[in-house]
Design a protein around this ligand. Structure first.
Ligand code: SF4
Ligand code: SF4
Length: 64
């Protein structure tokens, strides 16, 4: 699979607010143990809404 820009979540910075999950129209993100996780990487459209809406700047977009 070709690499694409997807969210890399820093679990130490994530405060579990779920904002990224709510913002992700592709439903590529989910909550696991109160932390955000990229659960459906194939669905990610690289829209960056998750990283832009994370209040703790826990999400960086990276080629993955
Ligand atoms: S970049 Fe967009 S589609 Fe991908 S996980 Fe973030 S909000 Fe969802
Ligand atoms: S928006 Fe940021 S702090 Fe909130 S759940 Fe997502 S990664 Fe964690």
């Amino acid at each position: 699979m070709a690499k694409k820009l997807m969210p890399k979540i820093n679990l130490d910075e994530c405060v579990g607010c779920e904002a990224c999950v709510t913002e992700c129209e592709a439903q590529a993100l989910g909550m696991v143990d109160d932390k955000a996780k990229l659960v459906k990487a194939d669905a990610c459209t690289s829209c960056k809404k998750c990283s832009e809406n994370c209040p703790s700047e826990a999400i960086k977009m990276e080629e993955q």
